[in-house]
Design a protein around this ligand. Sequence first.
Ligand SMILES: [Zn+2]
Length: 253
Amino acid sequence: MIIDCHVHLTRGGGTVAERADGLVHFADKFRIDKLCLCLGPVGRGLVDRPSPEVFRDDNDKVFEATALHPDRFIGFCYVNPVHAKESLDEIDRCVADGGMRGIKLWCAVPCCDPRVEPVIERAIDLDVPVLQHTWLKITGNKEFESTPDDMATLAQKFPNAKLIFGHAGGDWEYGIKAIRRYPNVLIETAGGNPEAGFVEMAVREVGAERVVYGSDAAGRSYASQIAKVYGADISEDERVLILGKNMQKVLKL
Ligand SMILES: [Zn+2]
């Protein structure tokens, strides 16, 4: 089973249905079975610090897409920890009551911020993973964007959380080194160019059981992203773990 743990409704048509159909259509070409879907936006740009109205709307779009392809999409609930009560209520609506299976955090606040803690505690209670966007940009990060060191701080605070290190920090050599000592963190391959050596280094440093494939489609192509895993000099057993078996276990599929 191939599971892409990181896709969005970012491109590919005007409506939620057109975008959802596009994601599934191209996933078929790569035999990707399941797509973890979070975050629109549909009909507007991405908002760094979304209001509760905005993140609820994004989650509604994910529900709409999931209802169209229930066998393919797995919803992840997007929240902004700055709005604590609204975020926890939204996790109840989407995950506890709505069937979503994970939580997505983007650039609302660095993940080392104490305001993130109640969200992680709720994820631990519900036994769902948290996919945290991270990037270390040579041109400078967005104001509230999480770095690999922020992720390490979060990982240290919550040894029982299932944390997914989105994009492996972008600068993956730095990122892998920053989090390798935390067994509660999965290294995720989405985004960026398909550079040689990334997946090999992740497997060497933390073992294939802690590496998961994601694409960041439709912002990135499945082809460029899954190539990182297919092109890596690793064993077939390791490839199977990274492409889906690890996420299957995390999501209890
Ligand atoms: Zn993304």
